[in-house]
Design a protein around this ligand. Structure first.
Ligand code: GDP
Length: 299
């Protein structure tokens, strides 16, 4: 479907004679192809522009060794720069941080359909199975009638406890009750699955801010669908500005999406991509590895 960057660049650069180092003209010609590749991978234009500027500064004047072609040289520079941007403070796979007095409150945020509820169950199951943690899940989505039941069903499937549902209880009260139960019953982690909307709205943001202030989450994880590409950037920026996030879980990376959204969201929010959703099944969750996603973005 996509032309690989190496093929694109091969056509442009490898016919150039090796001059011992990459000239500005070589680099600019190559970077035009890199730009197209990143935009095709659904990275946002302003992010791509900044990225290209950084790569250009790296690449011009770079010595081309005899063992590689100028094309391979540029690909390596682009790949390395991409890994640098995607990596969080040099941390290869940052994951969720649990260094907090239990129960650790983790707020799950995101638009409706982003995979928030599924990801809540995936993360909870992983903590329980891999680290033996006692996890409590609670749905704060009182708007969508089936949402609380959906989490309860996932709880039954995974063997993770969910907070009993009290019809009509408002989201902040549910969050506080979940934390109280967590404290009283000795839970390590309380996962709070918040309500989503199809689009961002002020009412939702006010509700989420109230929940945030009530529970002071240790992690606020934005769940974003990799397939939404450009929209993911606006969503991430909005959640970061209004609620504040500590990281991102990118879902549906098992689909056709090339992952440009990872680059955009990382660049726009400054927050790390922590986890990847790789399928519908409850074990389809992986740590984020910058080099793998860089490879995917470049094709
Ligand atoms: P929510 O509205 O944000 O809570 O979204 P849901 O958790 O209900 O997920 C919506 C749909 O996306 C469901 O059918 C999930 O099975 C599916 N889904 C969630 N995460 C992934 C993923 O990583 N890959 C794929 N292929 N599907 C996913």
């Amino acid at each position: 479907m996509f032309e690989k960057l190496s093929e694109r660049l091969g056509g442009v650069l490898d016919k150039l004679t090796k001059r011992g180092q990459l000239s500005e003209a070589d680099v600019d010609e190559a970077l035009r192809e890199v730009r197209v590749a990143l935009l095709e991978a659904d990275a946002a234009l302003p992010v791509v522009k900044d990225f290209i500027t950084a790569v250009r500064a790296e690449a011009v004047g770079e010595k081309v060794t005899k063992s590689v072609t100028p094309g391979q040289m540029v690909i390596k520079i682009v790949h390395d720069e991409l890994v640098k941007v995607l990596k969080a403070q040099g941390n290869e796979a940052p994951g969720l941080d649990l260094t907090h007095t239990p129960p650790v409150p983790i707020l799950m945020l995101g638009l409706q359909g982003s995979g928030k509820t599924t990801s809540t169950a995936k993360i909870s199951r992983r903590f329980a199975e891999k680290q033996g943690k006692k996890v409590l899940m609670a749905s704060l989505d009182t708007r969508r009638p089936a949402a609380q039941q959906q989490l309860a069903i996932l709880g039954e499937q995974t063997g993770i406890k969910t907070l009993p549902i009290i019809p009509g209880e408002p989201p902040v009260a549910i969050a506080k009750r979940a934390m109280n139960t967590g404290r009283l019953e000795g839970y390590d982690i309380v996962m709070l699955d918040t309500a989503g909307r199809l689009a961002i709205d002020d009412e939702l943001m006010a509700e989420l801010a109230e929940v945030r202030d009530a529970v002071k989450p240790h992690e606020s994880l934005l769940v974003a669908d990799a397939m939404t590409g450009q929209d993911a950037v606006n969503t991430a920026k909005h959640f970061q500005d209004k609620i504040g996030i500590t990281g991102i879980m990118l879902t549906r990376i098992d689909g056709d999406a090339r992952g440009g959204a990872a680059l955009s969201m990382r660049a726009v929010t400054g927050k790390p991509i922590k986890l990847l959703g790789t399928g519908e099944k409850l074990d389809a969750i992986e740590d984020f590895h910058a080099d793998r996603v860089a490879g995917r973005i470049l094709g």
